[in-house]
Write a protein that binds this ligand. Structure first.
Ligand code: FRU
Length: 491
């Protein structure tokens, strides 16, 4: 089906009952609907937006194109949770209303002030010649959940020297003063990416402070979804640079996300750090956003999907989901991501297996499932050993440790319906241990694998047949021991 501009730039309000019924029917037949991930009712989901703790609940929105599995007129869809795991569907959060946002309301964030939730977003407009115009805008949500937009943008356009690729405001309050800062993703006139810094005393009037200087002047052509926050006293700058070339095991997806850990000098507008850490070693992960929980934890949620990528659910008229929430912490100057502790509440009945394999493969008979959490502690003598998930007649999703090459590897070559195969079907990263611990979350069409308490994470959508539910262990020309616990998931 060809999606013309007219079809892509329709407002949700134009959807007829018949259209909605048709979409819901198609989605209903999809064999790949997730059981415990946030996913759109129909249409396309992308970035998490407006993530904030307000009035005793986590408020979360996501970019949403309602009419089908393509990018077009973006809306904000709203969900809410008290515990980060059970999310209540709040329906449409915000839709385009004004001329300056006639082609969509793009990504942004939320911050609480005076018992109101301030939602900052990018107003996206195309002129008659399809040139982009971007403005940063504000909406305010009150304690009754009513969201009202300001009619006029708070930052009407990008400063001199930057293109109209100027979007995704993130706002935070300085810890030592009443001052608020905003960082916005941008593209310089010479087509290199960066972030711009603004300052405000009241969240309404904003002053352009300048470009945020970093030691990475030439690093992709556009920085999307920047975010600055602190973890254990260190400053972190998270963003999604577009246009990085593959480098060793890194940056193999169409676009990638990662962070600097260092020091943010607000006087000099300088973020000092000499290392960019890719955040996810898997396939489908982009545009993550964080918020601080009331107990101080910094929680990250990402889009489990990628721009410019089609997915097998497109035919069912929906696409993408969000990752499970991850708590961030720092060890050895690296960001670790671990599933939020609340996830434990989803554990149902437990099955266990302990034993060794010597150059063999075994199927865990009682473990077959499509939705579960699995913990696996394994050690390998020398060689390759690991797990095969969602196995069926011809399908398997492989995760293994190769001690000779010192790699951990996720291979979705035979996971089921193909996804973005031009970008490869195998991802790996260096791991020097011969003993690893894995915490794996499997949903109907995804795996999230946390290695060594979140030192590495591999996120991937997979689209196996419904009956491919086997779990196997294997050791190739070596001896390996496994200690496995698997919980059914209460959804
Ligand atoms: C990232 C992104 C953002 C933009 C939004 C539009 O995926 O391109 O930069 O605000 O998606 O949906």
């Amino acid at each position: 089906m060809e999606w013309t501009r007219e079809m892509r730039y329709r407002h949700y309000g134009e959807m007829t009952d018949a259209e909605e019924k048709d979409l819901l029917e198609k989605v209903n037949y999809s064999i790949w609907r997730q059981q415990f991930h946030i996913q759109p009712p129909y249409g396309l989901l992308n970035d998490p937006n407006g993530f904030a703790y307000y009035q005793g609940k986590y408020q979360l929105f996501y970019q949403w194109f309602p009419f089908g599995p393509v990018h077009g007129m973006k809306h904000w869809y709203h969900v809410e949770s008290e515990d980060l795991i059970y999310w209540k569907d709040k329906g449409l959060g915000m839709a385009p209303e004004y001329d300056h946002e006639s082609h969509g309301i793009f990504s942004g964030t939320g911050i609480v002030k005076d018992e109101l939730l301030y939602l900052f977003y990018t107003a996206n407009k195309r002129d008659e010649d399809w040139n982009r115009e971007s403005a940063q805008s504000l909406a305010i949500m009150d304690r009754n959940g009513r969201i009202k937009k300001k009619e006029i943008p708070i930052i009407p356009k990008q400063p001199e020297g930057y293109t109209a690729n100027f979007r995704d405001p993130k706002v935070w309050q300085d810890k030592d003063s009443d001052t608020f800062y905003m960082i916005v993703g941008a593209e310089r006139m010479n087509h290199t990416g960066c972030a711009l810094l603004y300052k405000s005393e009241d969240l309404l009037n904003w002053h352009f402070e300048g470009e945020l200087k970093t030691d990475f002047e030439q690093f992709g052509y556009m920085w999307e979804c920047p975010d600055i926050f602190q973890v254990e006293g260190k400053d972190v700058l998270l963003f999604s640079p577009q246009g990085l070339e593959p480098d060793g095991d890194s940056y193999h997806n169409v676009h990638n996300s990662g962070c600097f850990i260092g020091y943010f000098d607000k006087e000099k507008h300088y973020f000092q750090s000499n290392f960019f850490q890719e955040l996810d070693a898997g396939f489908d992960f982009y545009a993550p956003q964080t918020t601080q929980a009331p107990d101080g934890r910094q929680i990250l949620i990402g889009w489990m999907g990628l721009p410019d990528t089609s997915y097998p659910t497109d035919k069912d008229m929906w696409a993408n989901c969000l990752t499970i929430p991850r708590e961030l912490y720092i060890e050895n100057n690296k960001i670790y991501q671990s599933p939020v502790k609340e996830m434990i509440a989803k554990r149902g009945s437990l099955t266990e297996w302990r034993g060794s394999l010597n150059s063999e493969e075994t199927i865990l008979e009682d473990f077959s499932d499509a939705v579960y959490e699995l913990i696996c502690d394994m050690s390998v003598e020398e060689g390759i050993a690991g797990l095969k998930l969602r196995t069926g007649k011809e399908e398997e999703t492989l995760f293994y440790l190769d001690t000779k090459r010192q790699k951990i590897v996720l291979d979705r070559t035979k996971s089921g319906a193909p996804i973005a195969v031009d970008y490869g079907t195998v991802r790996q990263t260096t791991c020097t241990d011969n003993k690893i611990s894995l915490r794996i979350f499997v949903d109907t069409s995804s795996v999230e694998i946390f290695v060594n308490d979140g030192e590495f994470v591999f996120t991937a959508r997979i689209f196996p047949k419904e009956e491919s539910k086997g779990i196997k262990l294997f050791a190739e020309d070596t001896t390996a021991s496994f200690d496995i616990k698997k919980w059914e998931y209460i959804t």
